[in-house]
Design a protein around this ligand. Structure first.
Ligand code: SF4
Ligand code: SF4
Length: 306
């Protein structure tokens, strides 16, 4: 018992130390940035120091009862637990912490690579907006994948019935059924669907697909090469939470690649999962709630409650 308590105390201290280290790092980073960028434009070194010291470095939010270093491990365990249940008893859910997203677009690129996306299609754009009024302004970054809506307008708009809501929550486009009618594209309130017009990044270089563009995409668990000119060329395309990866016990590419550790994934039907814990937080919100689509992508705004 005593040993357990000591271990818990040691773990708590380690978390506090890590966050203290991170806070110091951010303070140093902000100072260095402002000293480098603002100082020459203001009135020399002393003024730059004054400005740097005035910069408010936000505390890095702590998740209640959660060792931040173990977030990936925890999501991995949540994923494996969910896969042991029947498919209709899982509800795949994504949570994105807007305080942690730094707008690096690493997730966007990882997704393009994972799904072999052509020019013109981005499954996970990171929208940028400026908040506040000068001089108190800040940029906010909002990664915006397909919301996997519970009541998806895209599916209702598809006359070919090529879009379906799976029992685990993912909204799937059936490339075999898609007739390129494109009616789903304007129906989506989140601009989450693109159309694969058949281009290759290599077209801009050699006129031929680049070697990596000839690799198979494994979307929906089926190996397809766009170089063969078949589907998904001439089909509507969108994020599907990397269904092929999660079915194999792997987290989505955007989750693994996120350097801000801002994206979380799991099964919200499992009350012990990380995502279930996060969506119970009071600072949770979803985009365009008024559209009534009931998205499975949630966002955390502002400070977390501990
Ligand atoms: S976000 Fe758009 S594409 Fe995704 S399920 Fe909802 S309506 Fe369909
Ligand atoms: S990789 Fe993470 S931090 Fe970077 S833009 Fe995507 S969600 Fe934000």
């Amino acid at each position: 018992m005593r040993e357990n308590q000591e271990t818990e105390i040691a773990q708590d201290s380690a978390v506090i130390d890590r966050n203290e280290d991170r806070r110091r790092f951010l303070a140093k980073f902000a100072s260095a940035t402002f000293a480098g960028l603002v100082a020459p434009a203001v009135t020399g070194e002393a003024r730059a120091l004054e400005v740097a010291q005035a910069v408010r470095v936000p505390d890095v939010p702590l998740y209640s009862g959660l060792d931040e270093e173990d977030v990936l491990g925890r999501m991995d365990r949540d994923l494996r637990r969910a896969l042991q249940k029947p498919v209709d008893q899982r509800n795949w859910t994504m949570v994105i912490d807007l305080e942690k997203c730094v707008g690096c677009q690493g997730c966007t690129i990882a997704c393009i690579q994972e799904n072999k996306l052509p020019p013109g299609i981005v499954y996970r754009p990171v929208r940028e907006e400026v908040k506040g009024t000068y001089p108190n302004v800040a940029k906010r970054f909002t990664p915006q994948p397909c919301m996997q809506c519970d009541d998806p307008p895209c599916a209702r708009a598809c006359k070919a019935k090529a879009i379906e809501k799976r029992p685990d929550g993912i909204v799937k486009i059936d490339y075999e059924k898609c007739e390129a009618l494109k009616t789903c594209i304007p129906a989506c309130p989140y601009q989450a669907i693109g159309f694969d017009a058949g281009g290759f990044w290599g077209d801009y270089v050699s006129g031929e697909p680049e070697a990596y563009e000839k690799l198979d995409s494994l979307e929906y668990g089926q190996a397809r090469s766009r170089a063969a000119k078949g589907a998904p060329i001439d089909k509507a395309r969108k994020c599907q939470f990397c269904l092929h990866r999660i079915s194999s016990g792997l987290l989505p590419a955007c989750v693994l690649s996120c350097m801000g550790r801002a994206t979380f994934f799991g099964d919200q039907f499992d009350p012990d999962s990380l995502v279930a814990q996060l969506i119970r937080q009071p600072n949770v919100m979803r985009l365009k709630e008024e559209a009534g689509t009931n998205p499975l992508v949630y966002y955390l705004e502002g400070r977390m409650q501990s």
